[in-house]
Design a protein around this ligand. Structure first.
Ligand code: G6P
Length: 488
């Protein structure tokens, strides 16, 4: 047995993710303001709470974060800024960070797992990619170093997502005593698509994740894709232990787990009934008009969310079902995301242009067909959930999609869900949704019509069942189940 080195905080539970629970903005006078981090991953992990004594290792994402790190003892932030949570933020060199996050993580691995490349022109793995790949290795190594330093003997470490696919193996090399889990919040690509990666990169990503004792996914489908990649690309052996699939390679066995992440019903109901949400509901209602039906979508400005095809489908609905013209409004809220990447900025421009085109074509002085907002306003999103008659969730591919789970929980009058079969949430919610192929505009337009026409009692019944399924695995359960599965 190799003795673990004396560690800095001797934490027994550690979490590692690119985006942490807190981020900082710096005003012109240098003042730093702390703000809660966003996204499905952070919502899920926030369930740890400060009481667990866990340490959360994350990266500095912005100049504000780097200034906050510089003002601390080695990046250990003031717990008061993160609701009591102990956070170790890594001040990674900005160029290394950009190569790892914008380059490899968001322009390559995200594209691979969401099948977003538009071959034959992309991808092309050139010299620039190799520089970014070195940065990604360095960034994953920085996480492994920090975790090795903070973890107590035999601690459980939960490493999150595609940003950190090399960290489990690197950490095992540094600290073989630890129990290491990896969790993918994205889909996993099928082998034929995963093979687009350069051979050595594909191999290192798989070996990196297999460095964990347990690699977990949001659905069985993504877990199966991972084991198929390991079998086909590495020649790994697949098996089963205690009812869970396993992958054995180079003498080590990694268990494969599935943990669907649900909506946090208690939090949503409390937050969704505060005064700021009620104010925004009133403002939305006034803008929309009292008697119109409402189709809602809420996303990041994210290519995989398929916002443009959603708008085209709505336009097609107005063409093929003129009875809805003037009687429905499409509320589309999008949170700005990943604007360092030109393709995300261009996609957002296209979303705006298509929405404006529909408004110019169909709008009248007292009817705005599409109400698009590209900004971050959580209370307004919750207001939209409450007034929705129909929710449109049509991603090209999505690890889970929490919006599909949040809307039924908050809906005031019952809300029909039009759901892509390529969202992870489909495994749990497919039965009570109107399911679509996200590429099929005609079928999505037809699904919107069926959703708008659904009788009130059927809509209410389905919403009740959707809300129950959506909250069956709240974030706290999702988190503790993973810890338990790591044993120890
Ligand atoms: C997805 C990823 C998360 C990520 C979130 C927001 O849900 O799985 O890891 O945090 O998107 O993306 P961002 O790049 O802003 O962190």
């Amino acid at each position: 047995m190799i003795a673990a080195p004396a560690s800095r905080s001797a934490a027994q539970v550690l979490v590692a993710s690119n985006r942490g629970p807190v981020s900082y903005t710096r005003a012109d006078d240098g003042t730093l303001t702390a703000r809660r981090g966003g996204g499905g991953l952070v919502s899920g992990l926030s369930a740890i709470g400060p009481d667990a004594g866990a340490v959360w290792v994350c990266a500095a994402l912005s100049d504000g974060d780097r200034a906050a790190v510089a003002a601390t003892d080695g990046g250990r932030l003031d717990p008061a800024d993160s609701g009591g949570q102990r956070v170790h933020m890594l001040g990674i060199d900005p160029q290394v960070y950009a190569g790892a996050y914008n380059g490899v993580a968001n322009s390559v691995l995200w594209f691979i797992h969401h099948l977003l490349y538009q071959t034959p022109l992309e991808p092309s793995f050139d010299q620039d990619f190799r520089t970014q790949w070195s940065a990604y290795r360095e960034y994953n190594g920085a996480f492994a170093d920090a975790l090795a330093e903070e973890a107590g003997q035999g601690a459980a470490v939960l490493v999150q997502d595609y940003h950190l696919s090399l960290t489990p193996r690197m950490l095992r090399e540094r600290r073989p005593d630890l129990r290491i889990g990896h969790f993918s919040h994205t889909p996993w690509a099928p082998p034929d698509y995963f093979r687009l990666l350069p051979d050595d990169v594909a191999e290192q990503v798989l070996l990196g994740v297999l460095g964990a004792d347990r690699a977990a996914f949001l659905t069985r489908r993504w877990a199966r894709a991972f084991t198929e990649c390991a079998a086909q690309l590495l020649g790994a052996e697949t098996g089963e232990r205690d009812g869970e699939p396993t992958v054995t390679h180079q003498g080590r066995t990694t268990r494969i787990g599935v943990h669907g992440l649900g909506a946090d019903g208690d939090f949503l109901r409390e937050r969704g009934h505060r005064a700021d949400v009620a104010d925004r509901m009133a403002a939305l209602r006034e803008r929309i008009g009292p008697d119109r039906k409402v189709i809602v979508r809420v996303d990041r400005t994210e290519l995989s969310k398929n916002i443009v095809r959603g708008l085209w489908s709505y336009e097609r609905l107005l063409e093929t079902h003129p009875e809805w013209v003037g009687r429905v409004t499409h509320v589309a809220f999008a949170y700005p995301s990943r604007y360092d990447l030109a393709v995300y900025r261009e996609y957002t421009d296209t979303v705006r242009e298509v929405a404006e085109g529909i408004n110019e074509r169909f709008g009248t002085p007292d009817w705005l067909p599409v109400l698009l907002h590209v900004e971050d306003d959580f209370a307004r999103s919750l207001a939209a959930y409450r007034i929705a008659d129909v929710a449109l969730v049509n991603p090209i591919r999505d690890g889970m999609n929490l919006v599909a789970k949040e809307v039924p929980v908050l809906s005031d009058r019952g809300c029909a869900l039009v759901l892509s079969r390529e969202a992870g949430a489909f495994e749990e919610l497919g039965g009570d949704s109107i399911v679509v192929n996200p590429y099929d505009i005609e079928a999505t337009a037809d699904a919107l019509h069926r959703a708008l026409s659904m009788p009130d009692d059927e809509r209410a019944e389905r919403t009740g069942r959707l809300a129950a399924a959506a909250t069956a695995l709240p974030p706290a359960t999702w988190f503790t189940d993973q810890l338990r599965a790591l044993g120890g």
